[in-house]
Design a binder for this molecule. Structure first.
Ligand code: ATP
Length: 389
């Protein structure tokens, strides 16, 4: 969808901001560009909507070489979100969001109706916030309006330059999660600039780690964290990359233990050859758990079972699993098949969580060792997107 071919940008004073860049962003993919200040991320992004012209090389968007496309036409297909959101101060939130579609010829009523839908989509209530002016919003709310406004013209491509940079870490994480949910619905092709490796890892289907003007590694977050391509990348992602990796490694069925299982209507007493058993309802869905002590009493399992709050769908990250264990002070968490009927699949224990992390680090280390190919060929082969949500 977006393709860079040997793109170089040399500014008038001789600064080479971007040096012979080749990479591709697939349709519906979110690629984060991450790196220290001044490494060329913003320059890369601004060349896509022709705010900056490359010195050499070609950029294709949706199959066309953009050097032959009128910049105004081009920008209609490319939404742009920046840190200083740039809302019109004298227009209400609703009118700010409706401006571009209205300019593009949509009737005012239709544009406003669509704007209201988009505000809802980014988590703002149009009835409450729609009539306010930008200065009457919090920083986080203004960023949301910025995202809604960029989506208003329904562009297939979005460029986002540190869009959540100006808000505090808690609001930021919240916005990131909301944004991932939104992206799972709208599936835009997105180039996202950040200097924050945590943000890059959380949001990107793939990450481009920049050194000075060049991409040092271009790969899925788990691969960048698990097998940094160079000392530079290892330094940049940090010594705690094992921890960061928890956030991008999903729970798989093979990671789960199968404890004894009983059903709500089973009669007691019943000896258990473990300290506890998982309790399921008639439909094989998770109800909770029962201790071996309680299972020795009379009645049925229903009389003594405890509800289980610590559970996650399979595919959730190991980090979520860890957080859920801590939050509920639980020695294990139940894992269910949320996509299907909510069937119970097994439990994840701390030991299994550790094994899962090891497995994922080893798998990547091996695949990198086997793949004896130059970096350039890796950077130009898009992987299937990971389908985050
Ligand atoms: N108009 C310009 N003229 C000359 N040099 C420039 C110009 N714009 C950017 N540069 C230089 O090009 C390099 C890359 O800048 P760019 O803004 O793309 O970096 P960045 O990675 O986005 O940085 P940051 O994270 O600080 O925004 C820097 O050395 C910068 O000083």
């Amino acid at each position: 969808m977006i393709r860079f071919e040997n793109v170089t940008k040399r500014y008038a004073d001789g600064t080479v901001a971007v040096d012979d860049l080749t990479f591709e962003v697939a349709e519906g993919e979110l690629v984060t560009l991450v790196g220290p200040s001044g490494c060329g991320k913003t320059t890369t992004m601004k060349m896509v909507n022709r705010l900056i012209e490359p010195t050499s090389g070609r950029i294709h968007v949706d199959g066309s070489d953009i050097s032959g496309v009128d910049p105004v036409q081009l920008r209609r297909r490319i939404g742009y979100v920046i840190q200083q959101v740039g809302l019109f101060p004298h227009k209400t939130v609703l009118d700010n969001t409706a401006t571009v579609p209205h300019l593009l010829g949509t009737s005012r009523a239709k544009a406003r109706a669509r704007a209201a839908e988009l505000l809802e989509l980014v988590g703002l209530d149009p009835a409450v916030h729609g009539g306010r002016y930008p200065e009457q919003l919090s920083g986080g709310q203004r960023q949301r309006v910025g995202v809604a406004r960029a989506l208003a013209a329904d562009p297939p491509v979005l460029l986002m330059d540190e869009p959540f940079g100006a808000v505090d870490p808690v609001v930021r994480e919240h916005l990131q999660n909301e944004f991932l949910k939104l992206q799972s619905q709208v599936r835009k092709t997105i180039l996202f600039v950040t200097h924050d490796i945590e943000e890059a890892v959380r949001l990107g289907d793939r990450i481009a780690v920049y050194g000075e003007g060049r991409i040092e590694q271009f790969d899925a977050p788990a691969a960048v964290l698990g097998a940094p391509a160079s000392d530079y990348v290892a330094d940049f992602v940090g010594a705690d990359r094992g921890l960061k990796r928890l956030g991008v490694t999903p729970i798989e069925q093979g990671d789960l233990e199968q404890p004894p299982v009983v059903h709500l209507d089973d009669p007691l007493p019943r000896p258990l050859d473990a300290r506890w058993a998982v309790v399921l309802d008639e439909g094989e869905r998770l109800h909770g758990w029962i201790s071996a002590d309680h299972a020795r009493r009379g009645g049925t399992v229903r009389d003594h079972a405890r509800r289980m709050e610590a559970w996650l769908p399979v595919g959730a990250s190991l980090k979520q699993a860890f957080a859920t264990m801590l939050q509920h002070d639980a020695g294990w968490i139940a894992v269910i098949d949320e996509e299907g009927r909510g069937d119970f699949l097994g439990v994840l224990t701390p030991a299994r969580l550790h094994e899962a992390l090891r497995r994922s680090i080893d798998a990547d280390a091996q695949s990198v060792a086997r793949a004896d190919v130059p970096l350039e060929s890796i950077t130009t082969t898009p992987r299937p997107t990971t389908g985050k949500s």
